[in-house]
Design a binder for this molecule. Structure first.
Ligand code: ADP
Length: 757
């Protein structure tokens, strides 16, 4: 069989591909059939008797043999017997005359595939040949499949074991052994054997661990019974030397035609590498977990230490802030009061002004240092309160205008007329940034101009630009100047500042949601700009900002205020401020004193310093709230701290409001008026034209003068104040004279006046 191919598909193709051996002794028929066969088939070999037919067969190996029966030398059946012995698969068709039918039995014994009567029906012969070609083709396909299967089975890298299946698939009492019928080279290699006969005829149980065999029996066989295949499972193979190999396996059940279980096929894949890697991974993982655990503990320890250090730093800062600011605030406050004193000479006023200016500079340096440390110590937030943008900008403008004027610089302030009355944002931060940028503009500009320009870009967006025509900043320096403590060479010579202002400003602007940008050219000046979102809000109140001296409006009873303040200077300062406003003040230094005196004094409002040394602010607030009649009293907490969480604590401790130090007289007055429903009055109150001025007490009743003299000799400030209050409406000039004397603690002068009367 040399020419039949599986790729041929049509009958004509099949015939064309056949090689035929035709054996016939009758010359005419041989000629006629030879022509017919040559017309339809690929190759035709012709012989005239059985002997030459066998020789031709051996030489040409035809696909099909067609032969006559009765021939000289060797007949067709003898030849058939010989050919079938040598090539059982070769189809043989015999041509026979009717009278030869007695040979049929023998022919069938020889497995002759077909016969055809003489005279030969050519069409039938053709059909027979096609049928034989089909059979040949099917056999060829089968052989090819078998070859492939053998190759696959033999050389597959997956180990395959074929076991005999019990027909009922039952695990009998004497033990289900699973006899091995066949196995491939991969399996032999896996169990380190090279002789397949040792394995064949053995039981599978001899090559797998006991546990694995139990699993096989109990879990895998039931799966095979129900669905002809199992899921993947892991077992352990055991080599003859006792060593083991982990494998992943799967089994399949092969059944006979009738459906009876015949073979159990088990395919296995060596997973020793995978198991080894898994083991290593698990070890690494355990090691890693241990490492992570150790590192986490170290980090946690370090975090706790850092947190502790941070907390200590915060506490230190808060204390420092108080310790440094308290005396400075007292200095600034007294300088502010003294500056207003009408008795001062011009020179003295200037000196106080200088004290105030330098104090403020020192305060701003301390604040800068504290601010920058605070940024490092904790995440800061910006507040979102309503504030009067125009007023805030005007305050900045006023403060900077004086400094610009001092230096002979022109100050251009460009602000739109139409600004929302109130906007929501952080007024304190905005003011701090603008003052710092404008302060720098003044500092680093020797001649020319500086400017502040505000533009409303969109509904809520405002751009702020601070410009100057000063020394400018070299491009190489433009990034670095925003680093803390960085100063350019030129600026160090100014000797002012510490290189913190821009760093703080940048951080504050970022907190408010903006970004500080710089454009500058050396020798030509600088532009610092940023944009903020400040939503406007509608307001019904018609608050106005007043300038000049702020006091309580006349014809109102002086409110009684208790100040709880341990620090002597601050307490004196507050007392003077409150009295200037027109309040009656009782200053106490601790809560015990408060408990003793508050019922006698009957305060209407309490100011407490949250850094009282004997009580913490929160405890103090709560203790006062518990006292009878103090339940609904307004309590204002005074604090120099800008630490937000501190402020929250104070509020939670029962205080109604917080007033930041340094206290401004006008703010204090407005808060008192708001809380006690009183009216303020602004302007140069002491120099009101209609007020009559006196320098003696002769208009007063003699008895009252005697009483005043006695109280003055005992320095009874509060009782004298009560008298002043009583006579204020009838004798305003005298009341004012006495009041101004006792404000200056001039009891000696008051005594003199009383004696003169
Ligand atoms: P300080 O002014 O206290 O030194 P800043 O952080 O405010 O610190 O500024 C850092 C540096 O940036 C200054 O030392 C100065 O060299 C430079 N600088 C800031 N503003 C200007 C300006 N308007 N013109 C020129 N140089 C400036």
């Amino acid at each position: 069989m040399n020419s039949l191919k599986l790729s041929q598909t049509s009958d004509t193709d099949y015939l064309r591909s056949l090689a035929i051996l035709y054996v016939e002794d009758e010359a005419d028929l041989r000629l006629q059939m030879g022509q017919f066969l040559k017309r339809h088939c690929g190759k035709v070999y012709i012989a005239c008797d059985g002997q030459s037919g066998i020789e031709m067969f051996r030489k040409q190996q035809p696909d099909i043999v067609i032969t006559d029966i009765l021939m000289p030398v060797m007949d067709g059946l003898a030849m058939t017997e010989q050919i079938k012995a040598e090539s059982p698969a070769t189809p043989i068709i015999i041509t026979t005359a009717f009278e030869e039918s007695r040979y049929f039995h023998r022919a069938f014994d020889l497995c002759v595939n077909q016969y055809i009567n003489k005279p030969i029906d050519l069409q039938r012969l053709k059909k027979l040949l096609i049928k034989c070609a089909h059979t040949l083709r099917a056999e060829l396909a089968l052989r090819e499949t078998e070859q492939r299967y053998h190759l696959l089975f033999k050389f597959s890298r997956i180990a395959i074991v074929v076991c005999k299946a019990n027909h009922d698939m039952a695990t009998t009492d004497d033990g289900f052994q699973c006899r091995i019928d066949d196995c491939n080279q991969a399996f032999l290699k896996m169990i380190s054997l090279d002789n397949p006969t040792i394995v064949e005829q053995s039981n599978l149980s001899e090559f797998i661990s006991v546990q694995s065999f139990e699993l096989f029996k109990d879990k895998i066989l039931p799966q095979l019974v129900s669905q002809d295949y199992s899921h993947e499972f892991e077992i352990e193979l055991v080599r003859p030397d006792g060593s083991t190999i982990p494998v992943v396996a799967q089994t399949f059940l092969r059944k006979e035609e009738g459906g009876r279980p015949q073979e159990i096929w088990t395919v296995m894949l060596d997973i020793s590498e995978r198991v080894k890697i898994e083991l290593q991974l698990r070890e690494y993982q355990d090691h890693l977990q241990e490492l992570v655990y150790q590192r986490t503990r170290q980090v946690e320890k370090a975090r706790l230490q850092a947190e502790y250090a941070n907390h200590a730093k915060t506490v230190f800062l808060a204390n420092m802030s108080h310790e440094l600011r308290t005396p400075l605030i007292a200095i600034l406050g007294f300088a502010q009061l003294l500056e207003q004193d009408s008795c001062l000479s011009q020179q003295q006023r200037q000196n106080f002004h200088l004290i105030k200016q330098n104090g403020q500079h020192l305060l701003s340096l301390i604040n800068d240092l504290l601010d920058i440390s605070r940024f490092e110590a904790e995440p800061c937030q910006s507040v979102h309160d309503a504030f009067d943008l125009k007023h805030a900008l005007e305050l900045v403008e006023k403060m900077v205008a004086v400094r610009a004027l001092d230096k002979g610089l022109e100050f251009k302030y460009d602000c739109p007329h139409q600004l929302p009355e109130l906007v929501v944002g952080d007024e304190r931060h905005l003011r701090q940034v603008l003052l710092n940028l404008l302060g720098n503009a003044v500092k680093y500009t020797d001649s020319g101009e500086i400017g502040l320009s505000i533009q409303q870009l969109k509904d809520k967006e405002f751009s702020f630009t601070v410009s100057d025509s000063g020394q400018g900043i070299a491009i190489a320096e433009q990034q670095r100047i925003f680093q803390a403590f960085y100063q350019t060479n030129g600026s160090v010579t100014h000797g002012e500042g510490m290189g913190l202002g821009l760093s703080i400003s940048q951080k504050l602007i970022q907190l408010m949601g903006g970004e500080l940008k710089l454009k500058s050219e050396l020798g030509r000046g600088s532009h610092f700009s940023f944009t903020l979102t400040l939503p406007g809000i509608e307001t019904e109140t018609n608050e106005t900002i007043h300038s000049g001296m702020a006091v309580l409006a006349k014809n109102q009873p002086a409110p009684r205020i208790i100040v709880l303040e341990a620090d002597d200077e601050v307490h004196l300062l507050l007392k003077q401020m409150l009295e200037t406003i027109g309040c009656r003040v009782c200053v106490l230094s601790n809560v015990e004193e408060f408990k003793l005196k508050y019922q006698y004094f009957q305060p209407q409002l309490i100011l407490i310093n949250i850094y009282m040394k004997d009580e913490s602010g929160q405890y103090l607030g709560r203790s006062i709230r518990k006292l009878p009649t103090c339940k609904n009293l307004p309590i204002i907490a005074l604090t120099a701290s800008t630490f937000e969480e501190g402020q929250e604590l104070v509020m939670s401790a029962g205080c109604d409001e917080i007033m930041l130090k340094p206290v401004e007289q006008q703010t204090l007055l407005e808060m008192i008026c708001r809380r006690l429903d009183l009216k303020p009055q602004y302007g140069e109150v002491e120099q009101q034209p209609e007020q009559r001025r006196v320098d003696n007490l002769t208009a007063l009743p003699i008895k009252l003068v005697e009483q005043l003299a006695e109280l003055a000799s005992m320095l009874e400030l509060e009782l004298i104040e009560e008298i002043v209050e009583k006579i204020a409406s009838e004798y305003p000039a005298e009341a004012s004279l006495i009041s101004s004397l006792i404000k200056q603690y001039r009891f000696d002068k008051l005594l003199q006046l009383c004696h003169k009367t």
